[in-house]
Design a protein. Sequence first.
Length: 255
Amino acid sequence: MFWEGGIAPRIYFKCEAEHTAWKGAGCVCKAGFRQVGDSCSTCDAGKYKAEKGDGACKDCPAGSTASAGSAQCSCPANSFWTVQDGVGACESCPEHSTSPAGSTSAADCRCIANYYGTLSCQACPEGSTASAGSAECSCPANSFWDVQDGTGACESCPLDTVSEVGSTSAAACVCDANQYKSGDTCKSCPTNTVSPAGSITPFACICAPNYYADGDTCEPCHANSMSPAGSASAAACICKANYYGSSSCQPCPDG
C-alpha cells in the first residue's frame, strides 16, 4: 500500500466511556476503575486503584477508608497517603507533628505547638514558643531567632540594644530608649533629654517632659508647672491642675 507523499495518514481514536483513558495503543480503565470484561467498573468502597490500566483494585490499608471509585484511600489523622509502584500506604507523620484525616502529602504534617521545622520537628529553645505549624520559634524580647546548620536558637541582642518579642534577625536589635546609634554603638542622650527606642541620630534626643530647651541645654520648668517632651521654650511650661499663674504658679484658694 502506497500513501500520497509516502507518509501514512494519522488515525485518531477516542475512548468512548468517560471512565476510560488512553494508554499506549488503546483505551484502559482510569484510576479508581477496574476491568470487567470489555468495560470498566468502579472499585468497591474500601478499595482503591492508584493508576490507570487493567490492574485490580486493592484493599485500603488498615485504619483507612475509601468511597467507591477511589484512586486513593483516606488515611487517619497524623498520617498521609503515599504511593510507591502503584501500591498505596498510610505513612505516619514525623515525631512531634500532626496532620488532619485524609492528608495526601508529607507536607500536611505540621509541627505541634512549641516545636518548629519542616521536614522534622525540633523543640523550641528554652524561653521561646511556637504555635502549631511554625517553621521557627518566637524569641522573648531583647533577643532574635537565628539558625545555624539547621538548628535554631534565640540569640541575645548586643549590649544597650533591645528588640520586640518574636524578632527574627540581628537587625531587629536597636538602641534602647534614651539612646541613639553612633557607628556600631549606642550612646546615651544628654542630661534631661529622652529619645524613643531605635533612634539613629543625636537629633532624636529631645527635652524630657517638664523641661524646655534653652540653647544647647534643657532647663526644668518652674515650680508647680509642667510641659510635654520636646518643649522648645519656657512658654511651654503651664501650671498644673489647681495652680494658676504665668511666670509662676500659685495654689488656688480653698474652695
